[in-house]
Design a protein around this ligand. Structure first.
Ligand code: MN
Length: 231
């Protein structure tokens, strides 16, 4: 097979404790999955079914080692959102919650970096969120911890600090929709595929960063990440 232009590079993430890498297909993101964050965004979190948006594979940045991402264009309100990331190893449709975790390769710490001003402009006009959410390098993600070795985390502290100051602090047990439920709902809309990632939503405390800031994000039991913002 010959292509008329250079083929796009495969985006991939590190695996904790292994040399092999995880190729990234699509990135699904869960909206408003922590009640306190839904409220800070101006929504009523009670019993709304989960909703999803997406980022392209080129949003993924391997943050297994300390890394940096650029402050993006066209925003004056660039926000951090720390999230539990689920890596899908086996695809499927109409996956039941009971079987959903069989489709998981592992888990990582990730950042759903957001141009909040563009997201809110889109939201308020009923327009798509892409330019607020789905841009290059908007998803730094740490090394993936294989579920076969580390299990399936259901509780544990999730934190984010900026320049050493705590910004987000919660527990992944506070999600409205569990990992298994998110996988099940997603698989009713479209076939999940190996290489898909699911970013499972952020707790309260999101806020802006500027060039030069250093972000530290952690979830109990998973490799933490350090991400600097460069101009
Ligand atoms: Mn998010």
């Amino acid at each position: 097979m010959r292509y008329v232009i250079a083929t796009p590079a495969v985006r991939s993430l590190s695996i904790s404790g292994h040399d092999d890498r995880f190729p990234v297909n699509r990135i699904f993101c869960v909206g408003r999955n922590y009640a306190a964050h839904a409220r800070e965004m101006g929504s009523d979190p009670d019993r709304e079914p989960p909703f999803f948006f997406m980022k392209p594979a080129m949003a993924a940045v391997d943050a297994a080692a300390p890394t940096s991402i650029p402050y993006p264009a066209m925003t004056a309100n660039f926000h951090h959102e720390v999230e539990l990331v689920v890596a899908i190893s086996a695809g499927g449709v109409d996956i039941t919650p009971e079987k959903a975790l069989d489709h998981v390769y592992g888990y990582a710490v990730g950042l759903d970096m957001t141009r909040r001003d563009l997201q809110f402009q889109a939201r308020d006009k009923g327009r798509p969120w892409e330019f607020g959410k789905a841009f290059a390098s908007s998803a730094p993600i740490g090394a993936i911890a294989p579920a076969s070795e580390r299990g399936h985390p259901a509780r544990g502290a999730i934190t984010l600090s900026v320049n050493g100051v705590a910004r987000q602090s919660s527990d992944i047990s506070k999600v409205i929709w569990s990992v298994a439920e998110c996988i099940s709902v997603l698989s009713r809309y479209d076939a999940l595929a190996p290489g898909d990632l699911i970013m499972t939503g952020t707790p309260e405390g999101v806020g802006p960063v500027v060039a030069g800031d250093a972000l530290f994000a952690s979830i109990d039991g998973l490799p933490s990440i350090e991400v600097r913002i460069h101009p």
